[in-house]
Design a protein around this ligand. Sequence first.
Ligand code: CA
Length: 427
Amino acid sequence: MSPHFPRRALATAMHLLPLLLLTACAQAPAENLPTTSNASAMLAPIPAEPIAQPAPSFAEWRQALRDEALAAGIDAALFDRVFAAISPDPAVLKADSSQPEFTRPVWEYLDGAVSASRIGRGRVLLAQHNAVLQRIERQYGVEAQVLVAIWGLESNFGSNIGSHSVIRSLATLAFEGRRQGFWRSQLLAALQILQHGDIAGERMIGSWAGAMGQTQFMPTTYNQHAVDFDGDGKRDLWNSSSDALASAAHYLQASGWQRGQPWGFEVRLPAGFDYALADPEQRRSLAEWAELGVRPIAPTGAAASARANLLLPAGHRGPAFLLLDNFRSILKYNNSTSYALAIGLLADNLLRPTEVQGSWPRGERQLGRSERIELQELLAMNGFDPGPADGIIGANTRKAIRALQLQLNWPADGYPNEELLKQLRGR
Ligand code: CA
């Protein structure tokens, strides 16, 4: 899941919620390229790169790529063997350009991601792999249940690793997808993995966007973070669960994971709470949150000095969570708050049953993409500054929504809903 890109391919893309991306303008998708299968990032509209003219044929393009690959040290025979039967894949291009109108609400996503069956399977695997997980935890400082949660969401514990030829997918995207430069570097990294001997070319399969193996690493992430933990000399994230789990741990370690710290926890808010504080930019110590009346649902074991921000994944009508630094490490794996929340909740549930206590606003309809764009346009017309009308609710749009909500004397949670859109339409 890291550029994380469409790891589990489209299925994933459909349930990640652009609404909930922490992605502010500072993290626009163009700068925030996925490291694993970050399907969510794929949903964002991406400005087309300037097109050189005339466009080369695939054969001409492949020849130029061959020159570049060989200059980078790729063996000519390997390149020719791998590219012998490669042609662009129209299905991959279609997936790349897809911008779904509707995404699942966060509670539906969590119902699937943290289902009873996934928790049950995860607990069995946590016990089965206990010995290797303990070794990994000692070496990389990442708790076993977090790794098993990632394994569960990325590939359903290794059972769903995608079936696309990674080279063909990446060649298609590098030849004519959006952000060709990004895909070209992924393709060259994939060739390096083949040259390294980690996997044979025909067995290098993954999501339509090239996310690979049980952890759904993109090739550049793979080259940086994949490790051979079972000691057979190969970093095999397809067939070795030990390699996959240790690689996920290595990646989280590099992303700043702090052993022994919770990712976050559910909280209750006091009456009359100022919802403007529920913003990624509002980070406070747990002691300060406590002074504001924010109370954990259960004892947390986190230090009072630990810093956290408050998340209302479904606005003020839904549950509330305080998120600590480890949540940010999970976001580096896959930059979607829904995903990171699912990892945290699944990991907790692998240890002990932990139900979300707040109730989700299940009756509330989510705005579709065109409605979110309309909302942004109407906000701008009414003198607010939501940023570009791209259907993505980032920091600027949240701020604009809050400003409108304050003007209306509504709870200023920055959350877009139908009521707000209707209000704007009536102006
Ligand atoms: Ca290995």
